[in-house]
Ligand binder design. Structure first.
Ligand SMILES: Cc1cc2nc3c(=O)[nH]c(=O)nc-3n(C[C@H](O)[C@H](O)[C@H](O)COP(=O)(O)OP(=O)(O)OC[C@H]3O[C@@H](n4cnc5c(N)ncnc54)[C@H](O)[C@@H]3O)c2cc1C
Length: 203
């Protein structure tokens, strides 16, 4: 650890929570290293309050997101989603004892259909990665927050991010045709508005 004090865990892990998470995600996607917990305390909003998470999880699929949310709900622990943590409002800041659900490992572009001009992506895909991938197919993804080289599509959707191009071409929500949503209960809502064919059988 470089500088600063070691983070203290805000509270003890409820019995069985870490085991449940490791069973669902595997050891490598359930992180409790104190330096890493400290790194995931906050986004770019230095002045907003932040706590120390109990654990950082890195699910790779919707099924694993559901498993994280259900385990947290079972044990009465809050969940804080994090993308690239470039937010400027503290909205991605952890609270003490939370389960951080980081989308960094959900970074697959599942499909780009140049005919219907639809891309199906996981939430952790970085804006610039998607923009570069569609450009190879002669397309353009206009939403361009200043953080586009590091912020994620999930974070962009959540904050309805926009940049210079958005003055003319609109903000992120104008480019979203459908979302697969995992509710706090662990229920998964199927997307609406996207041609079935474009939706992956597994995410
Ligand atoms: C240098 C710089 C320039 C910026 N320029 C702009 C700009 O021009 N325009 C602009 O709008 N913003 C800008 N921002 C702010 C920030 O980059 C955006 O808000 C961006 O959309 C956040 O994306 P992220 O992946 O970092 O999300 P995070 O900061 O990690 O999260 C932001 C919010 O989204 C939630 N979240 C993230 N992923 C998911 C998910 N998959 N499901 C549900 N909730 C989720 C988090 O809980 C949090 O509430 C800038 C930031 C920086 C540091």
């Amino acid at each position: 650890m470089i500088g600063g004090r070691r983070p203290s865990l805000g509270c003890m892990a409820p019995t069985g929570l870490l085991d449940d998470l490791r069973t669902a995600l595997g050891e490598n996607a359930v992180l409790t290293d104190p330096d890493l917990l400290r790194m995931h305390q906050r986004d770019e909003a230095d002045l907003c309050a932040a706590g120390t998470p109990l654990v950082v999880t890195r699910p790779r699929s919707t099924e694993q997101v559901v498993a994280v949310v259900r385990a947290a709900a079972r044990h009465g622990v809050p969940v804080v989603p994090q993308g690239a943590r470039t937010g400027l409002a503290g909205a991605a800041n952890a609270v003490d004892g939370a389960v951080v659900l980081s989308t960094v490992a959900m970074d697959e572009i599942r499909e780009i259909d140049p005919v219907s001009r639809i891309a199906v992506v996981q939430p952790g895909v970085v804006n610039a990665t998607l923009a570069g991938a569609v450009a190879k197919q002669g397309l353009w993804y206009p939403p361009d927050p200043g953080s586009w080289e590091s912020s994620t599509i999930g974070g962009n959707v959540s904050t309805n991010a926009g940049g210079m191009c958005c003055v003319k071409y609109g903000v992120t929500t104008e480019y979203v045709l459908g979302l697969e949503v995992v509710l706090a209960s662990g229920e998964c809502c199927a997307p609406a508005g996207v041609p079935r064919r474009a939706w992956p059988a597994t995410t």
